[in-house]
Design a protein around this ligand. Sequence first.
Ligand code: GUN
Length: 297
Amino acid sequence: MAVIIDGKKVAAEIRHELKEKVEWLRSLNVRVPGLVTILVGDNPASLSYVTSKGKACNEIGMLSKIEKLSADTSEEELLKLIDSYNSNNDYDGILVQLPLPKHINEDKVIERIAPSKDVDGFHPISVGNLVIGKDTFYPCTPYGVVELLKRYKIETSGKHVVVVGRSNIVGKPVANLLLQKKEGANAVVTVCHSAAKDLSRFTKEADILIAAIGRPYFIKADMIKDGVAVIDVGINRVEDSTLPKGYKLVGDVDYEGVSKKASFITPVPGGVGPMTIAMLLQNTFLAYIKITKQKLS
Ligand code: GUN
C-alpha cells in the first residue's frame, strides 16, 4: 500500500512557518506582507476561494483585503483598480480571481498586474522566467506539488516525471518546474494530453505521475507501474446521493486501485488542494521580501 501524502499537514506546517516569520516582523514594528484579492461577480465557488485566501492571510497575521466588484464592472474600471494596487505600498501581492466575466479580457488583466506583485505567477513575464530558470513567482498549485515531493523526500533528479494535462495553470508550469537543473527538480519530463494515441504507453513509464486532466477516476491501476509516486491534482464533483450535498469530490486518479500499486499517493481531498493557498501565502511573503530588499538597496 502506498504512503499517503498528507497535504493538509504539510500546508499547515508551511502556514505555521510563515506565521512565525510574520510575528517576528510585527515584533520589530515594521510593515507586514499584504495580499489583495479581487473578485468580479458573484460566482459562489470563486467567492468561497477568495474568502479562504483572505482567512488564511489573517490567520498568519498578514494584511489582507478582498475587493468585491459587481459582475458588470467594466474592464477599464478593473484595470484602474489594479493600477492603484500596483502603486500601493501596503500590498505586496495582487490576485485577480479567475474566471472573469466574459466582457473582460483575462490576458489584459493578468498583464496589467505588476510582475513584482504577481503572486499567482500567471503574468507572461513570470511564465517566461520560469521557463528559462530565473528567480520568479511559481504558480501556486505546481509550486505546491514540488513542495510535497520535497517534503516527502521523493527523489526527482534523473527520474521520469509524466504529467498528464497541459493547462497553463498546472500541466505546463509543473513540467517546467521539474525540468529545471535545480535541487528538488532535474527530472526527465514527459507531458501527455488528450490527443495521445496510447496514453498508457507513457504513464506506465513514469517514476512520478502527475495527473491534472480534470476527469474523475481517469488514471487506473493498469496504467501505472509498481512503485510509482502519484500526485493527483484533479478536483472533480461526482454525484453521490448518499451524501446530504448530493455530490463528493474525487481526483483524476482511481484511488482505490492505484493506491495498491503506488509507493506514494495524494488523496483528494487533502492532498494537493490545501497546498495551493499555503504557496500563495509563501509567494506573498517572497514578494514582500523582494520589495523590501529593493527599497533597502
Ligand atoms: N481560479 C481558480 N484557481 C485560481 C488560481 O489559482 N488563481 C486565480 N487567480 N484564479 C483561480
